[in-house]
Unconditional design. Structure first.
Length: 319
């Protein structure tokens, strides 16, 4: 049973597909703007767009086909019914899109890392429209909760749409080099938490009943993205220290004691400050990652305990 926020639908085309189409158009427009802004030639831009187009097509297929194995009984239905009624799992579609797009970009001799970082904003835009489609179509609904004696549906899909808009605003402003990893890191944490408040059936992966398939995948994405961000930050800091050392040694060897208004003592003081800053940055990064891991484990343990039947329920069943 679907639970739409607003009962809007067309006679022949589901409103979800209308919103998905609008999302793809908006994402394509944003990608075109970013390619032009970053100085890509028309020839290279065409190769990138074609790669992402087929990545999106296979991503949709991956999002649909993954559900065949997550929901019991789907594999027994006809291919047409599976394709039209099987639904979509965003997290599996995203992984398929990234893998296929990376392969196609590599085959076309396009810088994979730079281009994937460029597509984060279009992904967020398309995903935002998709979640609006969920709200209007009525899928992906939240659990029923009671507030002040009144039962209401938790707005899981609407909160996710807002979160995607926040990421769309923040990520381009905080990182130019690692937006993809930041996106995967942020979304994996959010999705892991918000899925506890979902009320729809999300299937089962490898017999894991406590976590939804998306949550299980998000744990993997969290480990990969947090590790990548940490080691990238670590390497950047080490590279900066190495450059500083080379620059400093060069001037010492040339017996230059003064560079502009900076004396040798000042340079030594600056170096100590740089090392201190590097150490502090690494410590803070480690603490943040540890806190996030502890938070995720705590959420997992609490949800597992809540899923267990109470002693009272067991006694009633025994009687």
């Amino acid at each position: 049973m679907l639970k739409p926020l607003l009962n809007i639908d067309f006679e022949f085309i589901p409103i979800y597909f209308v919103m998905m189409f609008l999302g793809f158009l908006a994402a394509y427009k944003r990608l075109s703007v970013l390619l032009e802004k970053n100085g890509y030639s028309l020839f290279t831009s065409k190769k990138i767009k074609i790669s992402f187009f087929w990545g999106a097509v296979t991503g949709l297929l991956g999002a649909n086909i993954s559900n065949w194995f997550l929901f019991e009984g789907l594999m027994e239905l006809s291919l047409y019914v599976r394709l039209t009624k099987g639904g979509f799992s965003f997290i599996f579609g995203l992984i398929t899109f990234l893998i296929i797009s990376s392969i196609l970009l590599k085959l076309r001799n396009v810088n994979v890392k730079e281009t994937l970082n460029l597509v984060v904003e279009p992904i967020l835009i398309a995903h935002f429209f998709g979640r609006l489609g969920c709200s209007l179509q009525g899928c992906c609904w939240g659990k029923d909760i009671i507030i002040k004696g009144r039962e209401i549906m938790f707005p899981a899909r609407e909160i996710e749409a807002i979160f995607l808009l926040v990421l769309l605003f923040i990520i381009p402003r905080i990182s130019k080099k690692n937006p993809l990893w930041i996106y995967l890191f942020s979304y994996s944490i959010f999705r892991f938490i918000i899925d506890f408040f979902r009320g729809d059936d999300r299937g089962c992966l490898l017999g894991i009943a406590t976590l939804s398939p998306s949550q299980a995948v998000c744990l993997i994405l969290f480990i990969l993205s947090s590790s990548a961000l940490f080691f990238r930050s670590f390497l950047v800091l080490l590279k900066k220290e190495k450059i500083y050392d080379e620059w400093y040694e060069k001037h010492i060897k040339n017996k230059i004691k003064y560079i502009g208004n900076f004396s040798e003592e000042t340079l030594l003081s600056d170096k100590k400050f740089l090392i201190k800053k590097i150490t502090k940055g690494l410590v803070v990064s480690i603490i943040i990652i540890i806190l996030i891991v502890i938070s995720v484990i705590a959420i997992f343990v609490v949800s597992f305990l809540l899923a267990l039947p109470s002693v009272k329920d067991i006694k009633i069943k025994e009687e």
